[in-house]
Design a binder for this molecule. Sequence first.
Ligand code: ADP
Ligand code: MG
Length: 192
Amino acid sequence: MSEFSYFQTRGWIEVIVGSMFSGKTEELIRRTRRAEFAKLKVQEFKPVIDNRYKEKEVTSHNLNTVDATPLNHIEEIWDHLSPKTRVVGIDEGQFFDPSIVQVVQDLADRGLRVIIAGLDTDWKGRPFEPMPTLMAIAENVTKQHAVCMVCGAPASRTQKTSGGDSQIEVGAAESYEARCREHFVAKVDQRT
Ligand code: ADP
Ligand code: MG
């Protein structure tokens, strides 16, 4: 469904969700690259908190990369937005505060295509705001699945395998893995 949005002239919100390693960033990069093939100006943004790989890039776990502007607060997007931009990509949406909802509405109301990738649930399996609200207001939602590291089934959950109890703790394969519903537990769980 996202494919026909390349041809539309009105604004529109797309949300890409799923567990860690489900290919959200890859899908965001794929869509924005296609928009560039259509000669549409694209700008990518990400929260400053996500500096796992590169500070000024959006990077997937398999190290696919595009340039991105890091934002301390989503409202800063207005300082960076070029008037020529037609497509806005935002990665790690779950790390922005609830004001992202109004910002992406305003962007879409101005006629921009806005694509936001982020975690739909946290490591305890709870809805991870603001993604659930963004899913509700979006024209298009894609749920991606990773591969369960216990059984190989499609994985919908992010299992914490080391570290503390806070909702936000940025990490990659050393502290999280993908699990299916059956093998997910809402606590830190190291596989033996
Ligand atoms: P996300 O942004 O959803 O965390 P990425 O797009 O950064 O995901 O990375 C997806 C890539 O992660 C896959 O193409 C694959 O190379 C790698 N990967 C590592 N662990 C898994 C897993 N358990 N299931 C699927 N892909 C995995
Ligand atoms: Mg990602």
